[in-house]
Design a protein around this ligand. Structure first.
Ligand code: GRF
Length: 193
């Protein structure tokens, strides 16, 4: 996917549902003088998502869409994305599943980060399942989004070792640190930089 036009930054929307630590790290990345992206829109399905506070702090346009009526929410979403000339979407802890129709409209331009070494442990409770299966390694993956959950083409992965006394919490924490580094790297890769 080559989106860079001249010296313009790729206009990016980030979708969140909760803490937004990946959003924060992407924001930091976008603020770098030579960053290829700008974050112009933040979407949340959850009005209480902590990450929304960063939107306020950095004066980024935000919109909460509850997704109770997915067709309607996605219609509003498409309007907003178009209005803001959004060229790339980064899902960062976004807990709603986008429709096939929506994904088709942004084909090859939606990225997601997942806390496992895909194709292992798609979906929820990844750390719990990795520990129950006595895995020696886990990690995180940035991938393109297609119509099947956590199944799109892998862009980058980071592998980490699971320690002897690892708990779900310690593993999640360890992986999250790596997620914050991996997402910007994956974006650079996608943009051929
Ligand atoms: C991350 O572990 C991400 O991989 C998963 O949800 C979590 C979101 O964390 N999809 P945060 O909201 O970015 O802090």
């Amino acid at each position: 996917m080559v989106l860079l036009t001249g010296y313009n930054r790729v206009r990016t929307a980030v979708f969140i549902s909760g803490t937004g630590s990946n959003f924060k790290s992407l924001l930091k990345f976008s603020k770098n003088k030579i960053s290829p992206i700008s974050i112009n829109l933040i979407i949340s399905n959850n009005p209480k998502a902590k990450g929304l506070n960063y939107a306020k702090k950095f004066k980024i346009q935000k919109k909460v869409l509850n997704f109770k009526n997915k067709i309607l929410s996605e219609k509003k979403l498409l309007f907003l994305l178009k209005k803001n000339n959004i060229e790339m979407i980064c899902l960062a802890g976004f807990m709603k599943i986008l429709s096939k129709n929506f994904i088709k409209k942004f084909k090859g331009k939606i990225l997601n980060i997942h806390p496992s070494l895909l194709p292992k442990y798609k979906g929820l409770n990844t750390h719990k399942r990795a520990l129950n299966n006595k895995e020696k390694y886990s990690g995180c993956t940035v991938h393109f989004v297609n119509s099947r959950l956590d199944s799109g083409k892998i862009i980058l992965q980071k592998k980490i070792k699971i320690s002897k006394n690892e708990t779900e919490t310690s593993l999640a924490k360890k992986i999250l640190v790596q997620e914050h580094k991996l997402y910007p790297k994956a974006i650079l890769k996608v943009l051929n930089l």
